[in-house]
Design a protein around this ligand. Structure first.
Ligand code: UDP
Ligand code: MG
Length: 327
């Protein structure tokens, strides 16, 4: 019997957890002849009652494990915690807001049975507000980062334990999860899904988080941004040199006065704007290098609520196992 552990990062999903579990339990029933399924919730510092709900779910069910993080670390670190604490043959990552349909799991599992080690849910259509923005992001990213898998997916994927072992080796702090999955997989099988709006509430990652993730994706899987800086610098130097030569020729051979203040100022402003832009791009790299050298753990664990069945411990023994992970 194959064991699938469903890994769910949670940040204030009180209203979504019961609906999600209900839908996942139906899939569990559907697959029960060939699959045993359990849940690993990574509670990323929720403050809306999700913490209490998860703790009580763990008490009443033997197929639920919970890692309570010390406070909110972000979606990426919560996924890294899922990778580190996973137990099973197959890991199924998905968001808890029902944007990733649980109903795709049987098809993903069928692809694994046919031999695929990495199966991702490809967002072939979306009914989200920022659809155009997302599609432009994926288009540009795949243009500049040819090593990334040409598949439009987020975190909804089914990974063989061998792939998880490879991801565990990657210790980078600025993590673009689909990129890490692509890097550690020889082949990616895609199952098309329609991505819906989140079931309840507003995005927990938010626009700022998404922009940050997009910058991480570009900077960690492509050197195009920093090369762009050199290209912009080169183009500006060529323009400056050519116009300098033209001005000298005009001055020597004609009586025409050099055009005045306004054009000089606009050229100056344009030049300094470009310089600041380039400095900003280089600054992004430096900020990320700083993050890496600090060697700070990606997340800190408060408590782990283990599954007594897995651990052969009494439930009381298994409830609080604090530990710090130096990722
Ligand atoms: N999440 C998390 N920590 C955070 C933000 C989000 O664990 O700091 C979880 C969230 O509860 C959800 C998943 O990550 O299960 C994806 O979050 P969200 O739906 O906000 O992302 P979006 O779909 O807007 O990109
Ligand atoms: Mg979402």
């Amino acid at each position: 019997m194959v064991h699938i552990e469903i890994i769910l990062p949670i940040f204030n999903e009180l209203k979504n957890i019961p609906v999600l579990l209900e839908r996942l339990d139906l899939i569990k029933k559907e697959l029960k002849s060939e699959v045993s399924m359990s849940y690993l919730f990574i509670n990323d510092g929720s403050t809306d009652g999700s913490t209490e709900l998860l703790t009580s779910l763990h008490r009443s069910r033997s197929d639920i494990r919970v890692v309570h993080l010390l406070h909110n670390f972000g979606h990426g670190p919560a996924l890294a915690c899922g990778v580190e604490n996973f137990q099973g043959d197959l890991a199924l990552f998905m968001d808890a807001d029902l944007q990733d349909p649980p109903e795709a799991i049987p098809e993903m599992f069928a692809a694994w049975k046919k031999g695929a080690k990495t199966v991702v849910a490809e967002r072939s259509s979306r009914s989200e507000k920022n659809k155009i923005l997302f599609n432009t992001f994926y288009y540009l990213l795949h243009k500049v980062a040819p090593t990334l898998p040409p598949v439009n997916f987020g975190t909804h994927c089914l990974l063989d334990a061998s792939v998880i072992d490879r991801i565990k080796v990657l210790k980078e702090k600025n993590r673009y999860f689909p990129g890490l999955v692509g890097f550690t997989s020889s082949k990616i099988e895609a199952v098309p899904i329609h991505r819906l709006e989140r079931h309840e509430g507003k995005s927990r990652v938010g626009l700022r988080g998404l922009i940050n993730l997009a910058i991480t994706a570009f900077l960690s899987f492509s050197s195009t941004p920093v090369r762009l800086v050199s290209v912009i610098g080169l183009v500006c130097s060529i323009i400056a040199l050519t116009s300098g030569i033209v001005f000298v020729i005009v001055k020597i051979f004609t009586d025409l006065a050099i055009p005045g203040w306004a054009s000089t100022m606009s050229a100056l402003a344009f030049g300094s704007g470009i310089q600041l832009l380039c400095l900003g791009i280089i600054g992004e790299y430096i900020a990320r290098i700083y993050d890496e050298v600090k060697q700070r753990p990606l997340y800190l664990v408060d408590t782990i609520l283990e599954n007594p069945v897995n651990k052969t411990l009494s439930k009381e023994d298994a409830i609080f196992v604090p530990r710090i992970i130096n990722f």
